[in-house]
Design a protein around this ligand. Structure first.
Ligand code: GLU
Length: 289
């Protein structure tokens, strides 16, 4: 571990921040301050089609309004594509990635009903796994776009060798800040997409590469990303990267008990601010600070 713990807040600039994001940012910031640690801001803007400059500006403005500051420069993931490409190549060299040309509807049609990944997407039914090279060459020659998927069974075998058969786990700080060892079950993601068709990376790959590159020791994020940590731990083991400590905080839900979405403007920090709600009031409502 480095001398000073490193915390980060990593929003995606494809919408306005809402009070759920404020909770993540405030918890991470407060913990960083309490631990004498560093607090970093990373904008996860790999999705060029959904990223907008006004969302980037809005995020910075909202966080300043909340009373947060962070180390400069802010890291923009769109500047890190060569690092993601290199990481994907490493997995490919290890024989753990394969190209998949299947469309969403082909996957939907071939998937077993009820077999879903933790995000609710159909579990990939292996359509392009183990295909002969000439099928791949034909698809490439026809200019069909492809994603790159992890061969989960092979990745788990490799990880087991690296871990000398110890279980794959992560450390989760519970609500009282006490570390708990949690067994990771990345297999529930099946052969997940590591390199998307439209972008030469994925959330999972970029987050793992950048948390390590930025020396992040503490990842504070919502419980909606709890299952993603299983896959992140697997990638960290395969890349031989250090293991951060995780804390997945409670989610803020709307009056119907649903997770807040970026389109729910009434809970965006910007609209709260416009309605005359102060940052202190937001912190009080969230019970932070
Ligand atoms: N960019 C992700 C989001 O806004 C969060 C990533 C993370 O904290 O690991 O949902």
């Amino acid at each position: 571990m480095p001398d000073r713990p490193v915390f980060r807040f990593a929003p995606s600039p494809n919408g306005e921040l809402h009070i759920g994001h404020a909770l993540s940012a405030l918890i991470g910031y407060q913990q960083a301050r309490a631990a004498g640690g560093r607090f970093l801001l990373r904008l996860e803007d790999i999705d060029a089609a959904r990223t907008r400059p006004e969302f980037v500006a809005g995020i910075l403005e909202d966080l300043r309004w909340l009373g947060l500051d962070w180390e400069e420069p802010v890291l923009f993931q769109s500047t890190r594509m060569p690092a993601y490409r290199a990481a994907a190549r490493q997995l490919e060299t290890m024989g753990l990635l394969y190209p998949c040309f299947a469309t969403r509807s082909e996957i939907e049609a071939a998937a077993c009903a009820g077999d879903r990944d933790p995000d609710g997407a159909p579990l990939y039914p292996g359509l392009w796994k183990g295909r002969p090279q000439r099928h791949i060459d034909d698809a490439l020659a026809a200019g069909r776009p492809c994603a790159w998927r992890i061969d989960m069974a092979a990745a788990l075998r490799t990880a087991a060798v690296i871990l000398r058969m110890r279980p794959l786990t992560f450390v989760e700080l519970d609500a009282g800040g006490v570390p708990q060892i949690v067994e990771a079950r990345p297999e529930r993601w099946g052969d997940a997409v590591i390199v998307r068709k439209d972008v030469a990376t994925s959330y999972h790959l970029s987050v793992v590469v950048d948390d390590a590159w930025q020396g992040v020791t503490h990842v504070t994020r919502g419980r909606d990303l709890y299952a993603a940590t299983d896959l992140h731990r697997l990638l960290q083991v395969l890349f031989d990267l250090p293991e951060p400590v995780y804390q997945h905080h409670r989610l803020i839900v709307d009056s119907d008990g649903r997770k807040l979405s970026k389109s729910a403007h009434d809970t965006s920090l910007r609209s709260l601010r416009k309605a005359g709600v102060g940052a202190d009031e937001v912190r009080r409502r969230l019970g932070v600070g």
